[in-house]
Design a protein around this ligand. Structure first.
Ligand code: RB5
Length: 150
């Protein structure tokens, strides 16, 4: 995963900027979708931008941030094909890739230090999906989502 879209609301802005610099230093290609300041904005719009960037192939995966990581992950998960994981530590970052094939990492800008964020981002970007029985379960997510709209 080389091209990484990043988006945030004001609560995640500062950490997003730091992560963009970190990703550049590691030779990833960050795609900054905003926001561009700490001025208050609505997180659903930024979650949608990250989700669309992944679904249309503009990025291989996305990192999206709000204050807690909660609102932005809830919104991103409204898009079929998006598996956004709100992660808080190395374990959740690892498991969301291994077992859930997460394609969006959601972080809380107000609760995550840069050191912890970098740790989670490294794990998220470097861990392969395990497949096997987990593929069957992930496939069921889309099936259940399709049924829920009938
Ligand atoms: C904004 O104050 C805050 O509600 C938002 O960043 C996020 O934490 C929502 O889930």
């Amino acid at each position: 995963m080389k091209k990484v879209a990043l988006s945030s609301d004001h609560g995640g802005y500062q950490l997003k900027q730091e992560l963009i610099e970190y990703l550049k230093s590691k030779n990833y290609e960050p795609v900054d979708l905003g926001t561009d300041s700490i001025e208050s904005v609505d997180y659903p719009e930024y979650a949608a931008m990250a989700a669309k960037a992944v679904l249309n192939g503009e990025a291989d995966c996305a990192i999206t941030l709000c204050g807690s990581g909660i609102g932005i992950s809830i919104t991103a998960n409204k898009f079929k094909g998006i598996r956004a994981a709100a992660c808080f530590d190395a374990y959740t970052a690892k498991m969301c890739r291994l077992h859930n094939d997460a394609n969006v990492l959601a972080l809380g800008g107000r609760i995550t230090t840069i050191d912890r964020a970098v740790d989670m981002v490294d794990i998220f970007l470097e861990t392969e999906f395990e497949g096997g029985r987990h593929k069957r379960r992930v496939d069921k997510i889309d099936k259940i989502a399709a049924e829920s709209w009938k």
